[in-house]
Design a protein around this ligand. Structure first.
Ligand code: APR
Length: 229
């Protein structure tokens, strides 16, 4: 039975939860220079500013709630094996009840040692302060993948994509690699559905593009998929 669903999500799925996307007209990268806040060089040059930027993002995430798109994807697990591969650093998929979420770009509610990236800690509340250190004594930084850093979860994610019977893409401009290349690993026979009000340029065999907001398009698609089996 074709019941293995893989979903690739981006900032657009959390837009209706009140979290800004990156590249839309009112997106985060309109107000900030990526190189000032989201690179290892920025962390070297001005860690306080980087910390402040992610503290603000973390505050917004903690204040936000999952929307109908996140909840609908969690409901898919009633009848399908579902893996969500998200580029988002928020935890809205988990809070909606999804049990199998791969965070390609890290998760903002965790802190990471600046000496050993495998040393992770849960952050209590929204603020990670300068002076807070890991067990090795080095400053804690947000557990997010910055531009110019390796994406350690990309290989497991590619393998997961290769096993998809149904591949769903929601709310990503597909501008950032290697995440944007994951659809290349999906089999040509798999059914593919993309939901985004501004459908990005993407050629894939068997692709159905739905120009809708996530909060409408995803629950409709989930209803259709649940009615199939
Ligand atoms: N529902 C669905 N999609 C939406 C909605 C919505 N309500 N609103 C906007 N979108 C779509 C936009 O049309 C766009 O295609 O979400 C996408 C957002 O694209 P980006 O801002 O580029 O976000 P994303 O693709 O997730 O960015 C990838 O870039 O800076 C980094 O690390 C960051 O993980 C992020 C990566």
């Amino acid at each position: 039975m074709k019941n293995n669903i893989v979903v690739l999500t981006g900032a657009g799925i959390s837009a209706e939860s009140g979290l800004q996307t990156f590249r839309d007209a009112d997106g985060l990268w309109e107000g900030y220079n990526v190189y000032d806040v989201a690179t290892p060089e920025a962390w070297q040059a001005n860690p306080e500013m980087v910390q402040e930027f992610y503290n603000m993002r973390r505050k917004s995430v903690l204040e936000a709630s999952p929307n109908p798109a996140h909840y609908a994807l969690a409901k898919l697990e009633e009848k399908y094996k579902v893996t969500i591969i998200t580029q988002n650093v928020d935890n809205l998929h988990e809070r909606a009840g999804s049990g199998n979420v791969v965070h390609l770009h890290g998760i903002i509610t965790k802190a990471q040692s600046s000496k050993n990236p495998n040393l992770l800690y849960d952050i209590d509340g929204w603020e990670l302060k300068m002076g807070e250190t890991c067990a090795l004594g080095s400053q804690l930084r947000p557990h997010v993948v910055w531009f110019g850093e390796a994406v350690p979860m990309i290989e497991p994610a590619a393998k997961i994509c290769a096993g998809a019977d149904i591949f769903i893409i929601v709310g990503t401009s597909l501008n950032v690699y290697p995440a944007a290349g994951l659809s290349d690993f999906v089999s040509k026979d798999a059914e593919k559905i993309l939901i985004d009000p501004k459908v990005p340029d993407l050629y894939l065999p068997n692709l159905r593009a739905i120009a809708e907001k996530a909060s409408v398009g995803v629950p409709n698609l989930v209803k259709e998929l649940l009615e199939r089996i």
